[in-house]
Design a protein around this ligand. Sequence first.
Ligand SMILES: Cc1cc2nc3c(=O)[nH]c(=O)nc-3n(C[C@H](O)[C@H](O)[C@H](O)COP(=O)(O)O)c2cc1C
Length: 329
Amino acid sequence: MTTTTERLVDRQVEQVLLEAATRAPSVHNSQPWRFTVGPCRIAVHADPERQLRVADAPGRALLVSCGAAVMNLRVAAEHLGFHPRVRLLPAPDDPTLVAVLEVDHRHPGAGGLGVLYPAVATRRTNRYPFSGRLVPQSVLAEVIEAVDLEHAVLRVYDDQAEVDRVVGLIRAAELDATLTVPAAAAERAHWVGRREPGEGVPAASLGPRAASVRAPFRDLAPDPDPDRERVPFEATPTIAVLSTITDQRADWVRAGMALERALLVLTRAGVSASFMNQPVELPDLRWLLRSPLTGLGQAQMLLRIGYGPPVPPTPRRPLDEVVLRSAEG
Ligand SMILES: Cc1cc2nc3c(=O)[nH]c(=O)nc-3n(C[C@H](O)[C@H](O)[C@H](O)COP(=O)(O)O)c2cc1C
């Protein structure tokens, strides 16, 4: 690492890095992150004010979201020719400090993750039905490897029996009272379908309702809107479960980095993804998402992947709302 006092993260570099970081997916587009910028580093802090206190009491989705932002920082840094060093949860006395990314002098040419940089801006959560076209094995292999490189595991299911089992878990989660208690419903309504500009999931991003309750679909909408279109979803979707071996806070950050790396690889290959995380939020159902072969792993994210129609981007907060200037910066 450099010992120079030269400012390597100048205003232009800072802008590229933070624009990328804030494009990351986050639970309900809550964007639960803040950043401090120093001459050669950017620190990512979780913003507990934005944690979903009911649906995410342990703060797992909070740290997964921040981990996704860390991945985008790494991708943008490598795009600029840096070889960043990242420390996760480096301060035991400050649990909100998620990661510190440090850079040394730039090298000619982008680093390995740099190829994913264009996908940062074009990645979207796509809640529309996907076509019947299968995702090629070569793409699946690339995504599985990308997740593996981030110390997580991705299992992909496209056989009817296993898909039916997972869809059954999604359905069971939808019926679970925990998700419909007034506090949970109010929390969801706070973020979904309405919000201040710059945050939350806009109504336009919710997509249509599924015509069948057996669809691999999570309707995020807080209210049953009779005017919303009902359409058939793919009967045998490709489903992917992203897991980590253990379930510590560092695993949640790693799961977020692995998730975003997987989503960027998919985006680059023209493949869409959406999330169906309800069973992961309920301990009994989450347990049933473990690998049926090995019985190992802690499910962190449940994804549906395939070929969807184009969808609009979701809004983001302006950078000056999420950047805290550090004393050194
Ligand atoms: C930890 C986490 C959990 C999520 N869970 C869901 C979910 O269960 N259902 C869903 O439709 N989207 C889910 N999302 C996607 C977010 O709603 C989405 O990332 C956010 O609205 C921003 O939109 P974008 O991904 O298109 O940029 C999740 C995202 C993260 C990071």
